[in-house]
Write a protein that binds this ligand. Structure first.
Ligand code: F6R
Length: 610
C-alpha cells in the first residue's frame, strides 16, 4: 500500500525522506517521489517508477534542498504505475500533496474542477484533492483552512500531507480511514504512515485519530478533531529496537523473521502465562467479566490472519467447548448474519489497518455483538484503538510481505485467549496446566525445526521446476496446510492448493502424478493413521510426497516419499510448530527460483484499501 513520509526541520530533509521511503518499501509499491520546499522559493519535485533506488539515482546529481518536504511510495489504484501518476501531486507549482487511500467521489470533483479551469495531468484521484485545496487556498488565504474546507468535501479514505511554497514553515496533515502518525522530534517534527519510517529520527509518536487534522511546525504540533475542537494526542515511545528494520546477518527479511520466531513467541507469552496458568487479567481489566458471558466466538480476518483464525476454531471448540465461526472479512462485511446472543467478535490482523477487517469491526459494533477483541501486532493501529479488548502479539515489525512471525504469534495469542475462555467453561486446572506447559516448550521446538534449515533447502530443489503443489493436513493442521500453500504461491509464484487430506479422493486425487509434489504435515495425533492411508493414495498414483512428520509417527523416507522428522509436539501446539518448516520450504523455493522474496509482485504488506 502507499506510504507517506514528511518532515520539517532545521536541516535538509531529503535524506530523512529517502530513508523513510526505504523503510516503507515493505508495504509494497510501484513508484516513489518527493517534493521539497526550498526556503519559500519553490517546490522541487522528483518522481520515478520502480524502486526507491531509482528515485535516489534520479536526484543524485541534483539534490532537492530544503527544510520542509513530503514523500510517497505509490501502489496504483487509479491510473497505471507511471511517473505522471506518481506522488507528490501538485496544483500549479507551489502546492504539493501526498495521499494514501481512495477518494470515492473524485470523478464528480474532477468535473467540477475542470469547469473551474484546473488542468489535470494524471489519472489519479489524488490530483483532484491537490486542485481542490488550491482552489480553497485562493479563497481562504491559508493552507490549514484550505485543507479543512477540502476534506469536508471528500468521501472515501485518506491520509494526506500537504505543503505550500508560500507557507514554508509548516505542513498540514489529516487522516480518515488510512493510518498516519506524527513523529515528535526536538526542534523538528515528522509524519509517516508507519512509525518504522521514522525510527532513525525519533522514537516518540502521536497517533492521529480518525477525522483529525494537524498543523505540524518545527516546534509545535496543533491537532483538531473532526468537530474542529483542539485536542491533545498522547505521545508513545516506540517499543521495539530501531534495528527491527534491518536485515542483520540475513539475506532477506523473511528469513530473519522466520528465525525470530522462538524469541517473539516467548515475548508474546511473557506476562500472560505462569509456568502452568494463564493470567487472564493480562488480557485486560474487563476480561474476566467479559469471558464469563461469552457463549460463541465469531472470528474475522484476511489472508494469513484468517488461517490463524481457522486454527483457533479447532482450539476454541475443543478446549473451551464453545461454538466458533470463522470468516474472511471481505465476505462477512457484505452479507446478512444471524448473531447468536453473547457472541464475542474477534478480529485478527497483523497490521491493524486492513480495510476489510476494519469495516467488518465497525459493522459488528452496530450489530449487537457482546464485545470486540483484537489480536494485533501494531500498537496504536486503528483496530487496536477501536476494539474493546486487545491482545498485542509481540512479533515486532514484520517487514517481509509474506507473514511469518506475525502468524505464529497470532496463534500463540489465540491459544492463550482460548485457555482463558476455557477456564470460564469448565476447563480443569490439570488440563490448563498441561497445555500451558506444552506452550512453554514451543520456542525450543521451533528452534529444533529451524536447525533443519539445510535439509529443507535440499528438499526445496524438488519444487523448482514444478508448476503446481498440493498441501494436505488433517484437523487443526489443515489450516497449517492452507497457510503453507499461501506462502508458496505468494513468494515463489508456484500455484499451490491445500486440502483436508480426507477430501483427496473426492476430487483433487485426479491431479496427482509425478509432476505434482504433495506436501503433508503429520504430527503424531489421533489422525496420523488416517493420514498415512491418504499418503498411500498419493503414492499409488505416482505422486511425490514431502512429509513433515513427528519422528515418533512412523513415517520413513523411501522411494518417492521424502520424510523430514520433527520433534514430538503436544497435539494442541502442533499447528504453531508445523508452520515453520512450511515457511522455510517456501522461502528456499523462492530463493532458488530467484523471485523477490520480501516484496513479491502485486502484493502489499498492509492492505488499507478494499
Ligand atoms: C500473507 C499475508 C496476507 C495478510 C492479509 C491480512 O502472507 O501477509 O495474507 O495476512 O493481508 O493482513 P493483516 O493481518 O495485516 O490484517
Amino acid at each position: 500500500m502507499c506510504g507517506i513520509v514528511g518532515a520539517i526541520s532545521e536541516r535538509d530533509v531529503q535524506g530523512i525522506l529517502l530513508e523513510g521511503l526505504r523503510r516503507l518499501e515493505y508495504r509494497g509499491y510501484d513508484s516513489a517521489g518527493m517534493a521539497v520546499v526550498d526556503g519559500g522559493q519553490a517546490v522541487q519535485r522528483a518522481r520515478e517508477v520502480g524502486k526507491v533506488a531509482a528515485l535516489v539515482d534520479a536526484i543524485e546529481g541534483n539534490p532537492l534542498k530544503g527544510h520542509l518536504g513530503i514523500a510517497h511510495t505509490r501502489w496504483a489504484t487509479h491510473g497505471e504505475p507511471s511517473r505522471i501518476n506518481a506522488h507528490p501531486h501538485m496544483s500549479g507549482d507551489r502546492l504539493a500533496i501526498v495521499h494514501n487511500g481512495i477518494i470515492e467521489n473524485y470523478q464528480e470533483l474532477r468535473q467540477e474542477l475542470k469547469t473551474d479551469g484546473f488542468a489535470f495531468t494524471s489519472q489519479t484521484d489524488t490530483e483532484v484533492v491537490a486542485h481542490l485545496i488550491e482552489k480553497n487556498y485562493r479563497e481562504l488565504g491559508d493552507l490549514y483552512s484550505a485543507v479543512k474546507a477540502t476534506i469536508a468535501r471528500l468521501r472515501g479514505a485518506y491520509a494526506l500531507a500537504v505543503v505550500h511554497a508560500d507557507e514554508p514553515d509548516h505542513l498540514v496533515v489529516c487522516r480518515e480511514g488510512s493510518p498516519l502518525v506524527v513523529g515528535v522530534g526536538i526542534g523538528e517534527n515528522f509524519i509517516a504512515s508507519d512509525q518504522l519510517a521514522l525510527l532513525p529520527v525519533t522514537d516518540r509518536f502521536m497517533f492521529l485519530e480518525e477525522g483529525d487534522i494537524a498543523d505540524i511546525r518545527k516546534d509545535r504540533i496543533d491537532i483538531h478533531d473532526r468537530e474542529g475542537t483542539p485536542v491533545e494526542r498522547s505521545t508513545h515511545r516506540f517499543e521495539h529496537g530501531a534495528d527491527s528494520a534491518d536485515k542483520g546477518e540475513y539475506r532477506h527479511f523473511m528469513l530473519k523473521e522466520i528465525h525470530e520466531q522462538p524469541r517473539v513467541i516467548k515475548a508474546t507469552m511473557e506476562g500472560r502465562v505462569t509456568a502452568s496458568r494463564v493470567l487472564e487479567q493480562a488480557l485486560g481489566t474487563d476480561a474476566e467479566n467479559l469471558l464469563d458471558h461469552v457463549r460463541h466466538v465469531q472470528i474475522i480476518a484476511c489472508g494469513t490472519s484468517y488461517h490463524a483464525g481457522l486454527v483457533a476454531r479447532y482450539w476454541i471448540e475443543e478446549v473451551a467447548g464453545l461454538p466458533c465461526s470463522v470468516e474472511v472479512a471481505s465476505e462477512f462485511r457484505y452479507r446478512k448474519h444471524v448473531i447468536q446472543p453473547d457472541t464475542l467478535f474477534l478480529c485478527i490482523s497483523q497490521s491493524g489497518e486492513t480495510a476489510d477487517t476494519l469495516a467488518a469491526l465497525r459493522q459488528a459494533k452496530q450489530a449487537g455483538f457482546r464485545a470486540a477483541l483484537a489480536i494485533c501486532n501494531v500498537p496504536g493501529s486503528s483496530l487496536v484503538r477501536e476494539s474493546d479488548l486487545v491482545i498485542m502479539t509481540q512479533a515486532g515489525p514484520e517487514i517481509g510481505v509474506a507473514s511469518t512471525k506475525a502468524f505464529t504469534t497470532q496463534l500463540t495469542s489465540l491459544l492463550i485467549f482460548t485457555l482463558a475462555l476455557a477456564r470460564h467453561n469448565g476447563l480443569s486446572e490439570e488440563k490448563e496446566s498441561e497445555i500451558v506447559q506444552a506452550l512453554h516448550l514451543v520456542p525450543g521446538q521451533v528452534n529444533d525445526v529451524l536447525s533443519l534449515d539445510g535439509e529443507i533447502e535440499e528438499l526445496a530443489r524438488g519444487f523448482m521446476d514444478k508448476n503446481h503443489t498440493l498441501f494436505l493436513g488433517r484437523g487443526s493442521l489443515y489450516p497449517v496446510a492452507l497457510e503453507g500453500a499461501l506462502k508458496l504461491k505468494e513468494i515463489s509464484y508456484i500455484h499451490a492448493e491445500a486440502y483436508p487430506a480426507g477430501e483427496l479422493k473426492h476430487g483433487p486425487l485426479a491431479l496427482v502424478d509425478s509432476e505434482m509434489p504433495v506436501v503433508t504435515v503429520a504430527p503424531n495425533n489421533d489422525l496420523v493413521e488416517k493420514l498415512k492411508s491418504n499418503l498411500e493414495e498419493v503414492r499409488a498414483r505416482g505422486g511425490e510426497l514431502f512429509v513433515f512428520a513427528d519422528r515418533e509417527a512412523g513415517v520413513a523416507s523411501e522411494d518417492s516419499l521424502h520424510a523430514m522428522q520433527l520433534p514430538p509436539v503436544h497435539e494442541i501446539t502442533a499447528p504453531i510448530v508445523y508452520t515453520v518448516p512450511l515457511q522455510l520450504l517456501s522461502y528456499h523455493v523462492a530463493v532458488l527460483k530467484g523471485t523477490d522474496v520480501d516484496q513479491p509482485r502485486n502484493l502489499a504488506k498492509s492492505v488499507t484499501v478494499e
